[in-house]
Write a protein that binds this ligand. Sequence first.
Ligand SMILES: Cc1cc2nc3c(=O)[nH]c(=O)nc-3n(C[C@H](O)[C@H](O)[C@H](O)COP(=O)(O)OP(=O)(O)OC[C@H]3O[C@@H](n4cnc5c(N)ncnc54)[C@H](O)[C@@H]3O)c2cc1C
Length: 499
Amino acid sequence: MGRMMNRNLMIQQLDATPEWDVCIIGGGSTGLGTALDAASRGFKTILLEQFDFAKGTSSRSTKLVHGGVRYLQQGNIKLVLEALKERGLLLQNAPHLVHNQQFVVPNYKWWEKPFYGIGLKIYDKMAGKLGLGPSEFLSKEEILKLAPTLDPEDLKGGVLYHDGQFDDARLAISIAQTAVAHHAVLLNYFPVSALLKMQQKVCGVWAKDSFTGKEYEIKSKVVINATGVFTDSIMKMDDAKHKSIISPSQGIHLVVDKEFLPGETAIMIPRTDDGRVLFAVPWHNKIVLGTTDTPVKKAVAEPVPLEEEIDFILKHIGRYLTKDPVRKDVRSMFAGLRPLVKNKGKKTAALSRDHLIDVADSGMITITGGKWTTYRKMAEDVVNISIKENDLKQASCITSDMKLYGHDQPSPLFDIASLNRLQLKTILKKAMEEEMCMTIEDFLSRRTRQLLLDANAAITAAPVVSELMAELGHKDETWIKDEISHFNEIAKHYLPIIN
Ligand SMILES: Cc1cc2nc3c(=O)[nH]c(=O)nc-3n(C[C@H](O)[C@H](O)[C@H](O)COP(=O)(O)OP(=O)(O)OC[C@H]3O[C@@H](n4cnc5c(N)ncnc54)[C@H](O)[C@@H]3O)c2cc1C
């Protein structure tokens, strides 16, 4: 695995390749997984991302690698079985970024313990050999030992179970590095603006390097649309009469200090008053609280939490904790958009989390929906279909036991607030040379997770990060000024208004 993920090298390869086998639009979990799957089967593969890798939904998840206890409640056995298998594979293949996380479900009503206990025993059974540990019934004393800040009043006991937890943006980079090691070419800041067509068939794309403004005509036997909540915009490039299939649904998270939930155990509330699941999960020495499910009309690159979503999470989590978090306790907050596939008349919380693969008359293949957890299986399915529908040689998927880049190295640094200038420079250099980190937002939001862990600390770090990046990348004062002002514009939406 010696090949570097370096943007200049990638552009050289783009220039030197007259035609690709597979061209993927979108660099989130679905697109990156597809690039790894296709490249490792031996296909000449290119991926184009309009911003940074995982800039969209794939860096804004709840950070759970899970079968989805909730989907079990909805009776979606197939989805749960598939996700539990993928959860087990991810723990084996990316141990540097995914770990076994213990959860408790507190019970405040007499029927909850047997009800959730039996459900979670079924969940264990479904995981089979890839299970992460058996669920257990807990007494009130036992659950309070694990989650000491749970409200003890009327607490009857609880159930303990296991799921996976991960760092989403770092896993995206690890998948990208593995794909590059298998000779894929991946380009960030490369928006696709049109499709190339010959005799009604899609045979490539038009894309532009956002830094140089240079346009590229990129020919490919297969074009795969993996653009998440932007799926419809690419489908419209293919067919102007296309009717939208995506219903974006926003979910937000609030990040608070560890004192609100000390220890290593997460809390899962299966059903709030209005029927939602609520999590409080330890993550990089902070606690992530979430999430919401709010239908939105338009897909945007930087979704912003709504006031009522912030209030909803604070109010509901406060009911279960001894100390209620308030707005001033929020260190950061982030919003993501679920690319749910439309189903007329259903509420977004009930829309399918299953993935959809569509083959257009033009031959363009669209993959959307699904979850982070199932990215590998989604990629396997879409590449299988690409082979079947096109002139590609038969080759089998080899990703199920493929170790991901970095699996044998220590976990990367997520919180950089305590680093000195020299330490910061070392990890910045690595991020710029080996991880295609191009902006200070890439670094503070996705190569490290500073912006999501503590937005004020990220704003404080922005000047020194931009200075060091300018030094390493030979940029001038104007670049530094523009970077800081662009970053601050984004970062201000990661802190709630204190009222
Ligand atoms: C609040 C929330 C919590 C979640 N929690 C979990 C969880 O805990 N576990 C789990 O398994 N799943 C979770 N999910 C689901 C999971 O995050 C998504 O299913 C997954 O990230 C979708 O990835 P994607 O690649 O399809 O989309 P995206 O990550 O959005 O990627 C699509 C990419 O396409 C790019 N793009 C768009 N148009 C163009 C263009 N013209 N040219 C080039 N590029 C383009 C975009 O910039 C974007 O980067 C959660 C989702 C949300 C919203």
